[in-house]
Ligand binder design. Structure first.
Ligand code: GDP
Ligand code: MG
Length: 440
């Protein structure tokens, strides 16, 4: 698979202290093959590879301290860029109702996504949606949307299957105004293949409802075909976004990589299951990392780099190595970790995070950190530097001072001891490797 191949290549290059031009060429060749195999559009691959080569052979990488890591970062950034840079939001109309039209081939997930999206904007944006049953051709399509409406306790506008979808859409928007529904989702009919009649009808719906968003719903499993579909819908309707469904399945990922590049239309949301809450905003960066098979480790690295001052990190590393790491240092590290965001999030981004969470003495809980800080602040300078002197009476004083209990003080002392032991191991095994934060 794409991920496997890329990972193989990455493994080879990751730890390299020096990357030669030949290394870069070898790697880009692998990346190129992997992408083509994953059904990514040929021209897209060619452009991408050229950009990667240019950057990777350039100063940016060869001059950096960790060229292997840097090459991977370049690939990741370029993949992210390819998928559309930053994530996008729904374009809400200043004059409600906002009209959102969902189009796509049969079975792509339009009707399901209509429900998911309405659920999403109601929760995230506090909106009051109206669902519109605009598929009058497929048997039971109206009923399907009505059922979703019931599950969501959300109104569904339908006029049966005798009226034209154009009339239905027009009436629905009028009804939304009347009932003060501030966003309208129009579910439309699909075909097995793109055809002119379908396009004409969709164009008419567009012209009578003036949608703020026209989302193409694409099944991620359809690979390269998804790109062709997107291209032709875009030509006719001028899409404003793409929603990639069924990413929970065993997809090849090629669609995600090419859709934006080919149509100029960003992927805005992804469907991750059949349930009504299985919809997420699309994060190109996360997707790129996932494709590279590294969890969000690069995001983590960047965050750590931005937060932890380089010199301080070096100093800390020295302290860890010489085992002169004190509770004061610990406190400072906690502060730095905190500014990076909730620990849960940080941990979730790391490969092998699950294993870590299971480690009994390294449980991370944001609330606990406040407690830990209080305990450390209740220690005297000497106690912080030499925790071994903390006897029973000192423990009692610290517990009272921090508003915790002796057990909690004991637990922290034990954790600190374990942590030092772990640092010693890390430092011993990873000679020369950089360890920038205590969880890395
Ligand atoms: P439509 O013809 O485009 O309206 O497609 P539907 O909304 O009826 O969906 C077709 C099938 O795909 C249904 O069985 C849905 O439950 C399923 N489906 C839609 N989105 C997703 C998704 O993100 N993940 C999974 N696993 N199934 C989905
Ligand atoms: Mg449908």
């Amino acid at each position: 698979s794409l991920a496997d191949r890329l990972q193989e290549t990455i493994k080879k290059i990751r730890g390299k202290g020096k990357v030669s031009e030949a290394d870069v060429k070898q790697m880009t060749r692998e990346v190129r093959l992997a992408l083509l195999e994953a059904d990514v559009n040929f021209k897209v691959v060619k452009d991408l590879i050229n950009r990667i080569k240019e950057r990777a052979i350039g100063q940016e990488v060869l001059k950096s301290l960790t060229p292997g890591q840097q090459v991977i970062k370049v690939v990741q950034e370029e993949l992210t860029e390819l998928m559309g840079g930053e994530q996008s939001k729904i374009n809400l109309s200043p004059k409600p109702p906002t009209v959102v039209m969902l189009v796509g081939l049969q079975g792509a997930g339009k009707t399901t996504t209509t429900g998911k999206l309405a659920n999403f904007v109601r929760k995230q944006h506090n909106k009051c949606p109206l669902l519109v049953a605009g598929d009058v051709y497929r048997p039971a399509a109206i009923k399907q949307l009505e059922t979703l409406g019931q599950q969501l306790t959300m109104p569904v506008f339908s006029m049966g299957d005798k009226e034209s979808p154009v009339t239905i859409a027009k009436e629905a928007v009028a009804k939304a105004k009347e009932d003060h529904n501030d966003i309208v989702f129009i579910d439309t009919a699909g075909r097995l293949h793109v055809d002119e009649n379908l396009m004409e009808e969709l164009e008419q719906i567009k012209s009578v409802t003036k949608p703020d968003e026209i989302f193409l719903v694409v099944d991620a499993m359809t690979g390269q075909d998804a790109v062709n579909v997107a291209e032709s819908f875009n030509e006719h309707l001028g899409l404003t976004g793409v929603i990639l469904t069924k990413l929970d399945g065993d997809t090849r990922g090629g669609a995600a990589l090419s859709v934006k590049a080919v149509t100029g239309t960003p992927i805005k949301f992804v469907g991750l299951g059949e349930k009504l809450d299985a919809l997420e905003a699309f994060h190109p960066e996360r997707m790129a990392s996932r494709i590279l098979g590294m969890g969000d480790v690069l995001t983590l690295i960047e965050k750590a780099q931005a937060t932890v001052d380089e010199d301080k990190a070096k100093e800390m590393e020295k302290k860890m190595r010489t085992m002169s790491f004190t509770f004061d240092d610990f406190l400072e590290q906690l502060g730095q970790v905190r500014t990076m965001g909730p620990l849960e999030d940080l941990l979730a981004m790391m490969p092998g995070a699950n294993k870590m969470k299971g480690m009994k003495n390294l449980q991370v809980d944001d609330k606990k950190i406040g407690q830990i800080e209080a305990i450390i602040r209740s220690m005297t300078p000497k106690e912080k530097a030499e925790p071994d002197i903390i006897n029973a009476s000192r423990k009692k004083r610290i517990a009272v001072g921090s508003g915790t209990s002796i057990q909690e003080v004991n637990r922290l002392l034990k954790q600190f001891k374990d942590m030092k032991k772990m640092m010693k191991q890390m430092m011993g095994s990873g000679k020369g490797k950089k360890k920038k934060n205590p969880f890395n």
